[in-house]
Design a protein around this ligand. Structure first.
Ligand SMILES: C[S@@+](CC[C@H](N)C(=O)[O-])C[C@H]1O[C@@H](n2cnc3c(N)ncnc32)[C@H](O)[C@@H]1O
Length: 380
């Protein structure tokens, strides 16, 4: 496990001046310009509590007011089944999600937050003892590390050491997203999950908008173009990913709206598993999955993603990737998956409620084998 020592300057050493300026602008924005979420100029980094699932909302009253007031996330990246796990929050800010995770992993789990901005980390650290008391723990189960999400190795975070990585509105700010995702893949345990919320764009932004300090600080300038995100994830090892939530971001500030013109922005929550068995398309092996109704808080149904709603005890035909996600991860005790990859029936007959909106006979199965699908992912 990493120590709680600081490591803030390593990534800047040897970086080109543009990267250094980029990081300094972001640090200035989150360390000084913003003092609370009411200082934000757009609604990109301000997700309301209504979108939180009940098991997360129940923990909110236990979080200190200052932490809640300095929350700048765009979604709710806290999946179920965290008890006893090690969770890593990339760009934790003052720690809202990291503390929510600290409660959800329980006293014997561990919640680690990483952020490069000293002011953010200082606030997060100042509440460690108080939050442990609020949770009824004998000691804090949190660690806040100052450093860069692109260089988790410098913080002592080892290969294959983390169960679940979360992040809320941070990757868009990274000057080297591929390096950040490569670090995610490296530190996740096999079968571990990346579950993050971020801002996505419907096209590549012109460089002048990418370089605009306010657009960048507000999480729009560095928004991930969906198709490049899919390619990038595949390059670092995540062959498939799934969307779990998606909402339109409206740019209400007239000056910024004028600058971005017709570019569409969405806040999306995405899950991706570190599984060597995933393929880049959904393939049909005739496998069937049943949800056993056993995930706490989900007795009747469970949504793996925006087009796989598993009603308890109702069999669904699934592609090979979905079968792997349900049988080779922490979800395995909660699903019965039958069939192997011994016999192949071709590309999975996708449809359902995905971005194509095409109907198929397999309610709840995969959509969008077409890589042009705006919702991205080989099965999304
Ligand atoms: C939009 S805020 C979100 C903070 C937190 N996740 C939340 O939901 O309140 C972005 C945070 O990411 C941090 N950050 C941005 N780029 C980073 C990087 N490359 N490495 C580490 N932290 C970074 C900033 O310091 C800031 O605290």
């Amino acid at each position: 496990m990493p120590s709680s020592s600081s490591s803030s300057d390593n990534i800047c050493c040897g970086q080109d001046p543009a990267t250094t300026t980029h990081l300094e602008q972001i640090r200035e924005y989150y360390g000084h310009t913003l003092q609370s979420s009411s200082d934000l100029q757009t609604n990109a980094c301000c997700c309301g509590v209504d979108s939180l699932p009940p098991y997360v909302r129940a923990v909110l009253p236990l979080i200190a007011d200052e932490i809640l007031e300095r929350f700048y996330g765009c979604g709710s990246p806290l999946p179920p089944l965290l008890e006893g796990l090690t969770v890593l929050d990339l760009g934790c800010g003052t720690g809202r999600d990291c503390y929510l995770a600290a409660k959800l992993v329980g006293e014997h789990g561990l919640s680690i937050g990483v952020d490069m901005t000293s002011e953010q980390i200082a606030v997060a650290r100042s509440y460690e003892a108080e939050q442990a008391t609020r949770f009824g723990y004998s000691r804090p189960n949190t660690r806040f590390l100052q450093g860069y999400i692109e260089d988790l190795a410098s913080l002592g975070i080892e290969d294959n050491s983390v169960d679940v990585i979360i992040s809320n509105c941070v990757i868009n700010l990274s000057p080297d997203k591929e390096r950040a995702f490569a670090e995610v893949y490296r530190v996740l345990k096999p079968g571990g999950e990346l579950y993050f919320s971020d801002i996505f764009a419907d096209r590549r932004l012109p460089t002048c908008l990418q370089a605009d300090p306010l657009l960048r600080g507000e999480c729009l300038g560095g928004a991930l173009y969906t198709e490049d995100f899919r390619r990038l994830l595949a390059r670092v090892g995540f062959a498939d990913f799934r969307s779990t939530a998606n909402s339109v971001v409206s740019v209400d500030n007239p000056e910024l709206a004028e600058k971005v013109g017709g570019i569409g922005f969405n806040s999306r929550t995405v899950r991706a598993f570190k599984l060597a068995s995933l393929e880049d398309r959904c393939e049909d092996y005739g496998q069937v999955a049943w949800y056993l109704g056993s995930i706490p808080g989900f007795p009747h149904s469970f949504d793996l993603d925006d087009h796989h709603c598993f009603a308890s005890n109702k069999p669904l035909l699934v592609c090979g990737n979905t079968a792997a996600m349900l049988s080779e991860t922490r979800f395995a005790p909660h699903f019965r998956v039958e069939g192997s990859r011994a016999v192949h029936f071709g590309l999975f007959a996708c449809g359902g409620s995905g971005s194509t909106g095409k109907a198929s006979g397999n309610a709840g199965t995969c959509a969008g084998t077409n890589s042009d699908d705006a919702d991205g992912g080989s099965c999304c």
